[in-house]
Structures are given as C-alpha cells and as structure tokens.
Design a protein around this ligand. Structure first.
Ligand code: GLN
Length: 535
C-alpha cells in the first residue's frame, strides 16, 4: 500500500442515532482484521469543549481515555471493537475548535486578518483530522461526523470534508449512513429521504462514495439500483445494514455486504483474502449460546437512559461470554430503595453493582444497597462513587461514625471519610479539572484484588474529584476493611475490599472503560463468576 494515510469520512442522513459509531467501528474492525492499522475519530458539532460537563441524559456516558480526555461514548465502542486505546485527538468538538482558534487570535497569530469560519475554523478542523494521519501510526483514519447532514451546526465539518476530498483525491472517501423507512401499509422500503439527504450533501459539494442503509427489511436489487441511480453511487456501493441482535454482529454483516472490499477498491489498496475474524466469531458464538444465566442488579440514578452506563453494560457482555453465561442486568433506581423494600427488590439477584455518579440524589439508596450486600453475602462491586459509598457505609455502620459522609454530599460532616483531594481545593472551574485518565495502582498480595488481577501493578482510568481520606486509614484497617490497592505516587486508596465475604470490592477507578471483546476486564469476569457461584 502507498505510504499516504487513507481518510474515510462517515456522515449521517435522515435521522440521528443511526449508529455511525458502530458502522465506523465495524469497518475499522474489518480493516484491522486484514492487518491494517486503523484509528477512528469523532467530531462532535456541539459547543461544549468536551462532554465532561454534560449530564448523562444529554449524550449518555462520558468515556475517559488513558490520557485523561473526557469524550463521547462512541470512543468506548472504538476501543471495545479495536482493542487499541484512543486519546484526546480522537474526539474533537466545535467548542474545542473555536477555543483553539480564539486562543490563536488572542495571541495575535492571525496577524491582523479577519478570523472567519472559512478558512480558519475549517482549517482547524482539517488539522485535527490530519493530525492523526501525521502520527504515522495509522494506515486508515476513519472520521465520524456527528449530527445529521443539513444541521446548521455540522456545516463547517461538511465543508472541511469537501475541501479534504479535493486535497486528498484518491486517498479519501465518504460513506453516508442513512435510513430506509419501511411503510407497513404498502410493505415497501422508501428511498426518498435518502435521496434528499444525499441532495443536501451534494449542495455542500460532497458526493458520497458509499451508502450504508439502515433498514428493518432486506434491501432488494431494485431498491439498490434506484438508490444508485438517484445518488450517483455504484450499485455495489449501496450497502444494506439490517438491524442486528447485538452491535458485535455488525462487523460480520458489513463483511457479508463487502463494505471492506468496496472501501479498499475505492482507495486503491491491495488486500487479498478475507479478514481474520476467528476470535470475534468465537466471542459471538459464546455470546449467542450461553449455557447459563445470572441476574445482576445495577444500582444507579440514570437508569432510565441505558447509555449512561454503556461501558458497564458492555463489560458485562464481555465477562458473560468468558463465563459462558448471559448476564441479565436489572436496572434499579437508587432513589427507589429503602431498607424495607430492598429484600424484595433484590430477590433473585446474584450480585449488585453500585454505579459511578455525582451529587447527592440517590446516594442513601446506594448506601443501603451496599449494607444489604455486605450483610447478606451478596457479591458486590462498587465503582468510583460506588466505592466511596462503600467506605461511607462501613464508617457509619461498622466503625460507628454515624455522621460519616463524603464532603461532596455533606460539606459539614464531622467525619469526612471521603474528601476533596488536596490539589482540588483551589480549583473553581468544573471542565476537565478532575483526576482524569490512567494512574498506576499497586495491588496488595494475598487480597481478592491480587487474585483477580494476578499482577502487582495495574493501571486503571479515573474520573473523580473526591478520594478516600487517609486520616481514617487506621480506623478502617482496625475495623477489618482491607485497603488492597494503593496509588504508589500519592498513597491514595484505590481499592477496598472485605475478607470473609464471597466477593465484596470497591474501586475508585473505572474498570469498565478498559473492557474490550479481546480483553474482557478481570474484575467483571471475577464478579460474574462470584455471582454464578451464588446462583
Ligand atoms: N462524585 C465522585 C467524585 O467526584 C465520584 C465520581 C464518579 O463516580 N465518577 O469523586
């Protein structure tokens, strides 16, 4: 293959939520499985600098990379599919683009010229796209343009694509993901909305090379021919994307439709044979044919929107496949829990996970849930705020510090067992200022954590401001809690656990971000294993 990086853009038409992220990740998987190096980037048209300050109800979970970027949840899919870490460069928002252009303007870098959307904003966008190619690490850069074609806010991105198509020539192509609605009264798939959205793209000067059509019914030859004719694409470049049973099936559906072959041909890249997807197929096989089932409760406060805990639910899918079982997640609102109703609500659950979160709402329900798990030998995993609640519960009910709390929830508590990190005390800006990204943790030998990880030193990703308060360390240890993971640089407590319990562990970091199909996370694997034993 020639040395130049190939750029593939994925745009969306007709409606949002068609799954551009999954299509991008699936194409990337197919190229990777042919031996190419690939990365995926998401451009988000909103003005927030990153999704870190967004409520999960807005765009779902905020995903965190090793280098501490707070990003769109699609980056989680990229990592889960490719098993390659992403970074800050893989997610760019309009806010970030404008921020850097305005910073340059303030420094006087534009030498008195008027700063404009074209060329300054579009140049900044193009640089962000090409930056990934310039690292020399990737043969393919797939860039997903957030939003739907025709939105005012995504216009500068489409314009940048138009310019890059012109600059990069054969090293660049555009895939347009669209919807073919089905009219049940006439029993037909309709192509008109797709024709219109391609017309909008054409108005902006962008001709898509491939149409990927989301559909609930097979796309027959006539429809393919019609779309090809009206949208100026080759007939074999009209790709059917049927609804799949799981997102992990989509690479195989795309392989069947030869999306990888069409892309390689279009970009003039040689590749013989078929993608090597044996491991992927093995995983799917296990996923589809589990011999057992186990019910696990997910206690959180954004349970109405399952995307809020995307990485957690995906990590359970990976860990379920390893354990040859289907994990049936029961989503439980922590605000709904009381001491009285917990035994009924938890009836049949073989384990509970207390989710990450911010703020006071639902906190007491989480603490009650943990108390129940501790006292009833119910396998328990607490993540981030879930770990902090574990500490609070133990302080209150075992050590006897009745007023114990996190200073986040009760600044006036007399026992701040969870407190602000020293270097956080002077911070007033909320965006991008938490303890973010990958940090090392030393695992104490002879503990549950050490059995799970089978390693002395681990690296996990963080996203929090508050922390176990080391002034209480002795009281916890004396009362039987094991502090089994410590950050070697600052002595921060990262893992707490209880012996004499089948599985009771809280982690200050987010293991879910690092679970992938090829590398299911050991904490989730062991947690599911413990839940199965309980069953
Ligand atoms: N709100 C807590 C903190 O900031 C926990 C954050 C989380 O669960 N991600 O420390």
């Amino acid at each position: 293959m020639s040395n130049s990086t190939k750029y593939i853009f994925v745009t969306g038409g007709v409606t949002s939520s068609l799954g551009k992220g999954i299509i991008s990740a699936s194409l990337a998987k197919l190229l990777q499985a042919r031996g190419f190096t690939v990365t995926i980037q998401k451009l988000d048209p909103y003005i927030n600098v990153d999704p870190g300050t967004l409520n999960p109800y807005e765009h779902g979970e905020c995903y965190v990379t090793d280098d501490g970027a707070e990003t769109d949840l699609d980056l989680g899919h990229y990592e889960r599919f490719l098993n390659v870490p992403t970074s800050q460069a893989n997610n760019v928002t309009t806010g970030r683009i404008y921020q850097s252009v305005i910073e340059k303007e303030r420094k006087g870098e534009f030498l008195g010229r008027t700063v404009q959307v074209i060329p300054h904003i579009t140049d900044e966008i193009k640089n962000r796209i090409k930056q990934l190619g310039k690292t020399g690490q990737f043969q393919f850069v797939i860039t997903e343009i957030g939003g739907t074609v025709g939105d005012i806010e995504s216009l500068p991105y489409i314009e940048a694509v138009r310019q890059l198509k012109w600059e990069l020539g054969n090293n660049c192509m555009v895939i347009h993901l669209t919807l073919l609605p089905y009219l049940s009264t006439t029993g037909e798939l309709k192509t008109k909305p797709t024709q219109h959205s391609v017309k909008v793209l054409l108005e902006y000067g962008v001709q898509p090379d491939v149409l990927v059509c989301r559909t609930e019914h097979p796309v027959n030859k006539d429809i393919r021919r019609k779309l090809a004719l009206f949208c100026n694409v080759a007939e074999d470049s009209v790709i059917e994307a049927m609804d799949a049973r799981t997102i992990y099936e989509v690479p195989l559906l795309m392989e069947k439709e030869k999306l990888d072959v069409i892309v390689l041909k279009k970009l003039g890249v040689e590749s013989q044979g078929a993608p090597q997807l044996d491991n992927w197929r093995n995983f799917l096989n296990k996923f589809y044919n589990p011999s057992k089932e186990v019910r696990i409760g997910l206690i959180g406060k954004y349970v109405e929107l399952k995307d809020s805990y995307k990485s957690i639910s995906e990590a359970f899918i990976h860990a379920g496949a390893v354990n040859d079982c289907k994990v049936q997640l029961e989503w439980i609102h922590s605000e709904s829990l009381t001491e009285e109703n917990i035994p009924t609500k938890f009836n049949g659950l073989k384990g509970i996970l207390v989710a990450p979160g911010f703020g006071n709402r639902g906190i007491e329900g989480k603490i009650l849930a943990i108390k129940y798990a501790r006292e009833n030998n119910l396998p328990f995993l607490g993540i981030c705020l879930g770990m902090q609640c574990t500490v609070i519960e133990y302080a209150r009910n075992v050590i006897g510090l009745r007023d114990a709390h996190s200073r986040e929830m009760n600044p006036a508590t007399s026992s701040p067992v969870i407190d602000l990190l020293e270097n956080q005390k002077s911070i007033s800006n909320l965006g991008g200022t938490m303890r973010l990204g990958s940090y090392a943790c030393e695992v104490e030998e002879g503990t549950l954590a050490s059995k799970i990880y089978n390693k002395k030193k681990i690296n996990e990703r963080h996203r929090h401001r508050y922390e176990f308060n080391n002034e209480y360390k002795k009281q916890f240890v004396d009362a039987g809690m094991v502090l089994s993971g410590i950050n070697p640089d600052g002595g921060l407590v990262e893992i707490v656990e209880l012996p004499n319990h089948p599985f009771f562990i809280g982690v200050q970091f987010h293991p879910e971000y690092k679970s992938t199909v090829e590398n299911p996370h050991p904490l989730f694997i062991s947690f599911v294993e413990a839940a199965l034993k309980k069953a």
